[in-house]
Design a protein around this ligand. Structure first.
Ligand SMILES: [Zn+2]
Ligand SMILES: [Zn+2]
Length: 277
């Protein structure tokens, strides 16, 4: 029997158990389904409806929200649980019949239950989920889904290798170095433009020189790589090129110069990408 048809059988058993009011069996069947398919939104919502403890129910709905935030059934469940929480409910008595939507909900306000945990980052948002790595409570906005489960932003950050963890000061170094080279290198090369064709080629090739030189020096100085560093360096190349153009031509830039400079910058960024990736 295939995995899928087996899960369908368990799901069917869960529905039947729900219909005959055997909530304990139904819960176990749905947990079984989720054991095979942790991202099964229908099973998450169905199980949530069978759980009396509001905080536990909220946790399941939050998981469904992470997987399918736009799903109308998920949104309805989230709205309802928010309402229950705002009413101060801790426990919802589950009564099942053939149509789970018509569950009667009765409040038992004096029932003991875990206090609602708030997100340490967002403060006012409920934190029904826990990081599978550091066990810190977290709200839906803070949660990141990855292959092993749900983790918090700081655990995700720790998973990034050191050389890819760059900060503003590294970006400023990358941007400044590239801007300096992109300003200086075109100045002597512009005079070569008088030589037909070859001069233009050399001018364009200047972009490659700008890219590799600044990327090499950036790595020497910062030991950082990655997307943010490439973007910072690219912005530097653009700023440097604009400064060089203003120094050399003022407001008399020809279309040809603009075109050649554009190609040159593109080549610079290509080399920066190759080196800083
Ligand atoms: Zn964590
Ligand atoms: Zn949060």
């Amino acid at each position: 029997m295939s995995d899928r048809s087996m899960i369908d059988l368990i799901r069917d058993a869960a529905r039947k158990a729900t219909a005959r009011g055997d909530t304990i069996a139904a819960r176990n069947y749905y947990r079984d389904v989720l054991g095979h398919q942790p991202h099964d939104v229908d099973a998450l919502l169905a199980l949530a409806r069978l759980i009396p403890v509001v905080s536990e129910r909220q946790r399941l709905i939050a998981q469904a929200q992470l997987i399918e935030p736009e799903n109308p059934a998920v949104l309805a469940a989230a709205t309802e649980i928010e309402k229950n929480i705002s009413q101060g409910l801790k426990i919802i008595i589950v009564t099942t019949n053939d149509t789970p939507q018509s569950n009667q909900i009765t409040a038992v306000e004096s029932a003991p239950a875990k206090p609602l945990v708030m997100c340490p980052v967002h403060g006012t948002r409920a934190a029904p989920l826990r990081c599978t790595s550091c066990d810190r409570p977290m709200c839906i906005r803070c949660t990141i889904l990855n292959d092993v489960g749900q983790i918090c932003p700081s655990c995700r950050y720790k998973l990034i290798p050191e050389r890819y963890r760059s900060a503003l000061r590294h970006w400023l170094v990358a941007g400044s170095i590239t801007a300096i080279f992109a300003t200086i290198i075109p100045i002597p090369l512009v005079f070569l433009l008088k030589i037909p064709f070859i001069g233009s080629l050399v001018y364009i090739a200047g972009g490659m020189l700008i890219g590799s030189l600044s990327a090499q020096i950036t790595i020497r100085l910062t030991a950082k790589r990655g997307r943010a560093m490439i973007i910072a360096s690219g912005i530097g190349a653009g700023i440097g090129a604009i400064i060089a153009m203003m120094i050399l031509f003022g407001s008399h830039i020809s279309l040809m110069i603009l075109l050649l400079t554009g190609i040159s910058i593109a080549l610079a960024i290509r080399n920066i990408k190759q080196t800083l990736n």
